[in-house]
Design a protein around this ligand. Structure first.
Ligand SMILES: NC(=O)c1ccc[n+]([C@@H]2O[C@H](COP(=O)([O-])OP(=O)(O)OC[C@H]3O[C@@H](n4cnc5c(N)ncnc54)[C@H](OP(=O)(O)O)[C@@H]3O)[C@@H](O)[C@H]2O)c1
Length: 234
């Protein structure tokens, strides 16, 4: 992979695991578009990452924002080679099914699932045209049906289950195009979402997403769900 010539878009890239993914991609020689809802947060993150980072206003829940961000990204860099769908929210605290707060359900799905779909829809055609792409959906073991043994965080879990399904379908549709699509579980990581007690730091959390974002040419890994670079059951 010619890292020097590649551009990555990281959604929710201004803090937490997303900021660390951007930092590690920049360390590997990629240009990094730091997607963030608040322009000043994107700019601050870019200063922290260094000259390879470029701020991009991006709210994944707004179709207009996604279209505009991808247009701007093309103008700035020529195209997006790597998409890391990292932006996410976890809002449902102690809610358990069948009790549901519909606003929480809709916002969670709109951000974690539809948001990733929206950005993929805008970015993937350019990858197919270029014959190269890496899409990494940052998911969670909470979304694994195989591991779904409680009703904790129901909206969050279902949003990640849906994201996992999108990963499989996109990978199947894009087989043979040069675009590899995988899902990465960062593990319980210290961040705004993970809180201060999580056992791993952002560096570890970012490792599997970055590995999948930089799969070398000739590597056929696609349609998989990974944690710590190892397959996780769907
Ligand atoms: N931390 C964990 O233990 C853990 C475990 C498994 C999976 N994950 C996943 O890892 C990813 C990153 O989480 P994190 O732990 O780094 O959480 P975090 O610190 O809360 O960061 C979440 C990021 O998503 C952004 N975001 C939220 N809504 C957005 C929207 N509508 N448009 C654009 N960006 C938006 C936030 O931006 P603002 O600053 O604008 O809010 C922030 O940059 C998420 O997908 C999460 O589900 C985390």
């Amino acid at each position: 992979m010619r890292h020097g010539s590649r551009t990555a878009l990281v959604t929710g890239g201004a803090r937490g695991i997303g900021l660390e993914i951007g930092r590690q991609l920049a360390d590997r020689g990629l240009r990094v578009l730091v997607g963030a809802r608040r322009p000043e947060a994107a700019e601050e993150a870019c200063r922290a990452i260094g000259p390879a980072a470029v701020p991009l206003s991006l709210d994944v829940t707004s179709a207009g924002s996604v279209t505009e961000a991808v247009r701007e990204a093309r103008e700035l860099t020529g195209g997006i080679d790597v998409l890391v769908n990292n932006a996410g929210v976890s809002l449902d605290g102690d809610l358990r099914p069948p009790h549901v707060d519909e606003d929480i359900l809709h916002t969670t799905l709109d951000t974690n699932f539809t948001g990733a779909w929206r950005v993929a829809q805008a970015v993937v055609p350019g990858m197919v045209e270029a014959g190269y792409g890496r899409v990494v959906n940052v998911t969670s073991s909470y979304g694994s049906l195989a591991l779904m043994d409680s009703g904790r965080h129901p909206a969050y879990r279902i949003s990640k289950t849906a994201l996992n399904a999108l990963t499989r379908m996109l990978a199947a549709e894009l087989a043979g195009t040069g675009v590899l699509v995988n899902a990465a579980d960062p593990g319980w990581t210290r961040s705004g979402m993970g809180g201060p007690s999580a056992p791993r730091g952002p560096r570890e959390g970012a490792d599997t997403p970055v590995w999948l974002a930089t799969l070398p040419d000739g590597d056929g890994t696609t349609g998989g769900l990974f944690a710590d670079r190892r397959p996780l059951p769907w």
